[in-house]
Design a protein around this ligand. Structure first.
Ligand SMILES: [Fe+2]
Length: 338
């Protein structure tokens, strides 16, 4: 190549808006353009001829050594390497490109560095906006959820006001369920879910006529068919539930749907048995029955705790899960539940 052309080529490299460093086979710097001098903060005159690894601190030296080794040893098509580093508050992306002769033998390499600070800042801005939107969405979701639960709470209070016998029932049942769950479940979201489901387990009764809810005598078949609808109605009422941090909406709805299933499969609405019934619903069934037995009802006076415990004990394995029933009896015995 005529001298004039070589000079021209060198000038073009010199003036490129990218940092360019060319290394020989021994990784010695044989060329460094102005932009590379600016990026590296070194003068080409001083470091030309030095091994490129000696110009880096230990941590970066290892990255550069790995990249150069890959250029030398790997398939040329896949041997380009890209690293990102930060100098003087700016980000640079450096591409390592192998220089090979026509036979494919390695002659050296070219390091091309590009200032990507703007791109990086835009990306950081985008991520920070995204984080902000996500936080805002979470906040609104939590607010909505709270609103939803406080409406349900009012609904439960209305329901309990309609039926003077069940005043405070939901809160007491939720308390008992939580205590059984704490002994029987490993994870706190599951315990929270069971407690909340217990709080709202009879929400579906808002759809049952007051005359049936407060009927003093035995219910006829048609009236009982209304009662049997309340777990399904409860599940439907909770349909719009969102997902707050510690509550799982789907399991919560299932606990409500199945709280009148029996361990032997003779319950309602789906006739599930044993482990087919969600554990929360098996727990709730015990808590609900105990509280119902120990409070006055339109058709009978409250049983004593002793009689209610006996009743639960004699229905283990038929109406109630025997293991969970034992947990309940043990907790009662210890005074944790009263
Ligand atoms: Fe119920």
């Amino acid at each position: 190549m005529p001298n004039e052309d070589t000079r021209m080529l060198k000038l073009a490299y010199q003036q490129m808006p990218y940092g360019i460093i060319i290394l020989n086979q021994r990784n010695e710097i044989i060329f460094m353009n102005q932009m590379a001098e600016e990026i590296r903060g070194r003068s080409a005159q001083i470091i030309q001829g030095n091994n490129v690894l000696s110009c880096h601190p230990q941590k970066i030296k290892e990255v550069v050594a790995r990249s150069l080794k890959a250029l030398r040893e790997e398939d040329p098509k896949n041997s380009n390497r890209m690293t990102i580093d930060k100098r003087n508050d700016k980000y640079y992306e450096t591409n390592y490109i192998p220089i090979k002769n026509n036979n494919g033998s390695y002659l050296g390499s070219m390091l091309i560095s590009k200032d990507i600070t703007e791109q990086r800042k835009l990306e950081e801005k985008r991520l920070s906006h995204l984080k902000h939107f996500k936080e805002e969405a979470d906040r609104l979701r939590a607010e909505l959820q709270e609103l939803f639960f406080s409406s349900l709470d009012s609904l439960i209070k209305t329901l309990e006001a309609k039926d003077k016998y069940t005043e405070g029932h939901s809160t007491r049942v939720a308390d008992i369920s939580r205590k059984i769950a704490q002994y029987s479940c490993d994870v706190s979201p599951q315990i929270d879910t069971i407690e909340l489901a217990s709080q709202f387990h009879d929400i579906g009764k808002v759809g049952i006529p007051e005359s049936i809810l407060n009927k003093p005598g035995k219910l006829n078949e048609e009236e009982f068919s209304y009662i049997k609808e309340h777990p399904i109605l409860g599940e439907d009422i909770l349909a719009p539930i969102l997902k707050p941090k510690s509550i799982k909406p789907k399991p919560m709805k299932k606990v409500i749907r199945h709280h009148h299933e029996r361990y032997d499969g003779r319950g309602y609405p789906d006739g599930l048995k044993e482990d087919e019934i969600p554990i929360g619903a098996r727990i709730l069934a015990i808590a609900d029955s105990y509280d119902a037995m120990t409070t006055d009802r339109p058709y009978r006076n409250a049983l004593t705790p002793r009689t209610a415990l006996k009743e639960i004990n004699s229905n283990l394995g038929t109406q109630f899960d025997p293991e969970l029933g034992e947990v309940f009896l043990m907790l009662h015995d210890k005074g944790v539940i009263n």
